[in-house]
Design a binder for this molecule. Structure first.
Ligand code: ADP
Ligand code: MG
Length: 619
């Protein structure tokens, strides 16, 4: 088997690494650069320009230079619009279609632009390796959903690579550390603050096996946000000199962005830097001194936002930070001393918490880990397995519009789980399987990953059984199998299309599920009580019609009044009155009690019918 390269396809920077003679190495381009900016310029003619050259050319060609394309991978138009992204290049995002970047008379899909970055990395690898690269392991943020993972896989294929595996970035980072510095049975937190994403994962290493205990984060939080506040801060000052509209020119903002990024990076080592932008406009040159203290003041609110995800992950893992052995920092932004101090404080590293480990280069660890995974897959390393977890719960919609979870959030992958469901209507010819992802009680509040129907043999309701099995493979791709348990007729669907996926912010989902937990539970109880009420009232009406005359006067009266109170609660709620699930449940139980004699009569009738059919008449 040929070599498998490891690729960190980052929002801001990408890297390629490989294992040579048992040693994982980051490969450098012809100029000795190990980082390749994830920037692509599409010129009017000729091949796209990628990396450093594209990044430098951003000032001159802001509208044809694509940055942070990772934000659009596997995303639908409506998701992007609601996220309010504004880019200097055109982005066409509409409805449920994929996001496209119209450039030089052609619509580019995000995976096509990412493929240009991957081609460049493949070339770097081909030049720096002993054997030609054949295949790759590519990393993605832990929170990438199926559509985003699939778009990444597609990008690799478009770049001519066989994608052996898609793995989570924090898991890769831990692998990079795991080889040389973890003792057996350790628990580690990986704090990854890059340009565009923040991930916090808690992993356990036990006898060579990595397991992700919990993962939490925000795909829209990173160093870019710090750059943005710096740019806003200075653009206001510049606007006072040259006028707000001149200061908002894309070329000026691009130059300013470049300058603040450089200043920010230098302030990780120095205490004070000068920002100079000569001839920002023909009449105006900008000059300013920025201190680390000022930078920290502006950056603090952004860095502080990482705290809640750290606490959530600890809670999800059921751990106090004192049980962690190490805290690993990855992502270029963690070079900032403020970030290190903050992370160390959140995890209590100085107060009996985990040891802060920064022994690996923070922007190279992920690529190294991907290369190590590649090495494991092609047999260069052995005895190590990778296990990831589901970031959000997966399930299907059941009657009444409720979410029925099949695989809960934070379940270790790969996983296979099934459940049997019955039908709700008599002689249904098919069932709709609506696959959902999310933490909310109501189906409509979760994300729809796709839907399909399964035809099956019509049978009375409650008799027909449909088995639904969810399988998530090692790449985190979900395969859904639905089977008619009587005939064995089945359908297997891979949840893959970006357009079918109704994705939104994972973090928002989790926050909302916490925020709405109380309402959601009440909603679920109401829906269940209403279903029960509808069933019993219909059955009772039917029973009264056929057997009502055989009931005692007071029995019939009791049933009718219980029936009326259930129906009036339903009607009142429909009119918008405040009726609680508890009230309806109580009315349901009263109706159940009142219908006992009727149920008895119905049973007798059924028995009699059965005996009649057998030709045996009752006494
Ligand atoms: P991504 O994973 O999003 O591709 P990286 O891990 O490469 O990102 O991190 C990029 C971010 O790190 C950028 O916001 C960049 O400005 C920031 N960064 C890089 N070097 C430094 C540094 N020395 N000090 C502070 N921030 C830095
Ligand atoms: Mg990264």
């Amino acid at each position: 088997m040929g070599k498998i390269i490891g690729i960190d396809l980052g929002t801001t920077n990408s890297l390629v690494a490989v294992v040579e003679s048992g040693i994982p190495l980051v490969l450098a381009d012809g100029r000795g650069q190990r980082l390749t900016p994830s920037v692509v310029r599409v010129p009017a003619s000729g091949e796209p320009v990628v990396g450093w050259e594209a990044r430098r050319g951003r000032v001159a060609h802001p509208e044809t230079t694509v940055t942070s394309i990772k934000r659009f991978m596997g995303r639908r138009g409506d998701e992007v619009n609601s996220n309010g992204d504004t880019m200097a290049y055109p982005v066409h995002a509409e409805g449920s279609g994929p996001v496209v970047v119209p450039l030089q008379g052609r619509d580019w899909l995000p995976e096509e632009l990412s493929a240009e970055i991957l081609k460049t990395l493949r070339t770097i690898a081909a030049e720096g390796m002993i054997d030609r690269p054949e295949a790759a392991v590519i990393t993605v943020p832990a929170y990438f959903n199926d559509a985003q993972r699939n778009a990444t896989r597609k990008a690799g294929e478009l770049a001519g690579l066989r994608v052996e595996r898609i793995i989570n970035e924090p898991t890769a980072a831990a692998l990079a550390y795991g080889l040389n510095s973890l003792k057996e049975k350790s628990k580690v937190a990986v704090y990854d603050l890059g340009g565009g994403t923040f991930d916090l994962s808690i992993l356990e290493l036990n006898e060579g096996v990595f397991q992700v205990l919990a993962t939490c984060g925000n795909t829209r939080l990173g160093g870019d946000d710090i750059d943005r506040v710096l740019v806003d801060h200075f653009a206001e000052q510049i606007g006072q000199e040259v006028g707000p509209s001149a200061a908002a020119e894309p070329a000026i903002l691009a130059r300013l962005t470049e300058a603040v990024q450089e200043a920010k990076a230098r302030l990780s080592k120095e205490l004070k830097v000068a920002i100079t932008l000569p001839f920002l406009t023909p009449e105006f040159s900008f000059e300013h001194t920025l201190t680390r203290e000022q930078l920290e003041l502006l950056a603090k609110p952004i860095v502080t936002r990482t705290r809640e995800y750290c606490l959530k992950a600890l809670a999800d893992a059921g751990l106090a930070s004192g049980y962690l052995d190490q805290l690993i920092l990855v992502g270029g932004q963690t070079r900032m001393p403020l970030v290190r101090e903050f992370a160390s404080e959140v995890f209590g590293c100085d107060e009996g918490g985990p040891e802060l480990n920064t022994s690996q280069n923070p922007d190279e660890a992920i690529a190294l880990g991907a290369a190590i995974q590649g090495g494991i897959l092609c047999g260069d390393f052995s005895g190590m397995l990778l296990l990831d977890v589901t970031p959000l719960s997966l399930g299907i919609e059941t009657f009444g519009g409720l979410m029925n979870v099949i695989i809960p959030r934070n379940t270790t992958l790969p996983v296979k789980r099934g459940e049997a469901f019955t039908t709700v209507a008599d002689y249904q010819k098919e069932v709709l399987i609506h696959v959902l992802q999310g933490e909310r009680e109501k189906a409509a509040d979760n994300w729809s990953l796709g839907r399909f129907t399964l035809e099956f043999e019509p049978q009375p309701k409650g008799v027909a059984k449909v088995g639904v099995q969810f399988e998530i493979d090692a790449d985190g791709i979900l395969h859904v199998l639905a089977r008619d348990l009587k005939t064995g007729n089945e359908k297997l669907v891979e949840m893959s299309s970006a357009v079918e996926v109704d994705d939104a912010e994972v973090q928002q989902m989790i926050e909302e599920s916490v925020e709405h937990a109380f309402d959601d539970i009440e909603d679920r109880r109401w829906i269940e009580a209403r279903l029960r009420a509808k069933q019993t009232t219909a059955a009772t009406r039917k029973g009264l019609e056929s057997l009502g005359d055989e009931l005692e006067e007071d029995q019939r009266g009791a049933i009718e009044s219980a029936l009326a109170s259930v129906e009036s609660l339903l009607a009142r709620r429909e009119n918008g009155d405040a009726v609680t699930a508890a009230q309806l449940r109580e009315a349901n139980s009263k109706l159940d009690a009142a219908t006992q004699p009727l149920a008895g009569l119905m049973m007798d009738r059924v028995m009699a019918e059965m005996l009649e059919k057998r030709g045996v008449l009752p006494g």
